[in-house]
Design a protein. Structure first.
Length: 475
């Protein structure tokens, strides 16, 4: 083997890939995904303040719009379900199975891409994910076989997981602890906006052009939205010559955190030390499982419930389901502000209170058996209000009870459990409904709400993970 052939084998410690010019070129192709390097910090405080104000708002608006569009390609299938059932003869189990495939692939992706997201530039990571979800929506719409539906919807779920890590990283780097609950809650309403608009867009496309256009149109929109994100987003403040947000606002989560050094952390340390050995993250992960089950069960099965049990038309049922997202919009805003203002940055009191109140809403559903669209819309509003508040704060708590540089890894790990819950609310719950009727559906909601409330009670008074700050000071 000669050097002229362009291949150099290194025996012992190095592998061919590490020493080959082809390997180097392969790695360099993905260099743009690496975090943007820090640049020299701007000295002029007035310039720093002006640029911080501009970039915080620009970053937030881009994140908000981008994540709203992620829900266009995630929920488009939900509103094509009745047409798929009627035209292609898919059973409830088939429909639930497709939902489970998306949830499993999304949950796995959320964990793995969380680790990658902490070590990536969200400008490209998030935008490429959105473009690919658009492509796989279009391919799903072009399909007719169950195996193709399953394949493309699972791939859609995988790249759906590329949306959250970038946002988690940006929110923890651009917004400090005492204000983060409010900003995180406002940003979290983005998926309510997306999920509120898609029930209006997808059925409209399906009614006029057929169910396939309920996938085509959101897919095309999201491809363009991905390029918009690529243009607008940037990485951390330090990559733009700005100081860390804690230094800029003099807002540190603990007394020792102000003395901490900005050390690089390996992926192994992020995962093992700040996630897998962190008992708080495990508690939040199991709470995410129960919340994910409830959210997906109500969101995905409510439309069929209203059509089959209360005999609503698809359009009337869709309008009722829209209020689930509207309730979630306000629930997250109230939850975030209350955790900042009333509980001084403690997130889990709200998680417990809201989860208990879901049980009260279930009781209302069991009483209100008569068909009245206005009441059903109000019930779905309350479901959304009390479900989405904990969904948002459980993710925020995971970020804050881990490490700032492990925010995406921690939220991705906990979020993985949420989508295991979502997967359980797909095919398995579909079989449960088929065998036991809708009463078993509401029994499942009751059990998960109760466990979801009880499991976070031990974290009522926990605000930050002090071990993180102490370790940073000693390094």
């Amino acid at each position: 083997m000669t050097e002229g052939a362009g291949r150099r084998y290194a025996y012992g410690r190095k592998k061919w890939f590490d020493t080959s010019p082809y390997g180097e070129k392969f790695v360099s192709v993905f260099n743009f995904l690496k975090p943007a390097p820090h640049v020299s910090e701007i000295e002029d405080s007035s310039v720093v303040e002006q640029r911080y104000k501009y970039w915080r708002m620009r970053t937030f608006l881009a994140m908000y719009v981008g994540y709203a569009f992620y829900y266009f390609t995630r929920k488009s299938f939900t509103f094509a379900m009745p047409a798929l059932q009627m035209e292609l003869g898919l059973s409830k189990f088939d429909l639930g199975l497709l939902g489970s495939f998306l949830s499993i692939s999304y949950g796995a992706s959320k964990f793995i891409s969380g680790m990658l997201g902490d070590k990536s530039n969200p400008r490209y990571f998030m935008s490429i994910g959105l473009i690919l979800t658009g492509i796989f929506n279009i391919l799903f719409g072009m399909s007719s076989a169950m195996w193709a539906f399953s394949f493309f919807w699972a791939l859609n779920g995988w790249f759906q997981g590329w949306g959250w890590p970038g946002c988690a990283k940006l929110l923890t780097h651009w917004y400090s602890h005492s204000e983060r609950g409010r900003w995180w809650s406002i940003w979290s309403t983005s998926h309510n906006v997306g999920a509120t608009l898609i029930p209006l867009l997808a059925p409209l496309c399906a009614n006029f052009f057929g169910w396939r256009y309920a996938l085509y149109v959101p897919g095309i929109i999201c491809i363009f939205a991905g390029f918009y994100l690529m243009n607008r987003l940037r990485d951390t403040p330090q990559s733009l010559g700005l100081p860390p947000i804690e230094k800029f606002r003099n807002d540190y989560p603990s007394a020792t955190a102000s003395q901490s050094k900005d050390n690089e952390i390996s992926i192994r340390e992020l995962l093992v030390e700040y996630v897998l050995r962190n008992r708080f993250i495990w508690i939040l992960a199991f709470a995410q499982f129960f919340n994910g089950f409830i959210r997906t069960a109500v969101n995905d099965w409510s439309m069929l419930y209203l059509i089959e049990v209360k005999h609503y038309s698809a359009m009337t049922a869709g309008m009722c389901v829209c209020w689930f997202e509207v309730g979630g919009f306000f629930g997250m805003l109230v939850a975030g502000w209350a955790s900042d203002l009333f509980f001084k940055g403690r997130r889990n009191p709200i998680n417990a209170i809201f989860s208990f109140l879901i049980i009260a809403v279930i009781a209302i559903v069991k009483i209100a058996l008569f068909p009245w669209p206005l009441l059903d819309a109000a019930i779905l509003f309350l479901f959304g209000f009390f479900i989405f508040g904990p969904q948002m704060l459980l993710g925020l708590a995971a970020a804050e009870l881990s490490h700032k540089k492990a925010a995406a890894t921690a939220t991705g790990f906990a979020g993985c459990f949420a989508y295991l819950g979502s997967a359980t609310a797909g095919g398995p719950l579909g079989l449960f409904i088929k065998w036991g009727g809708w009463d078993q559906f509401f029994l499942s909601l009751f059990i998960c709400s109760l466990f979801g409330a009880l499991i976070v009670l031990p974290l009522w008074s926990i605000k930050t993970r002090e071990k993180e700050s102490n370790k940073e000071v000693s390094t």
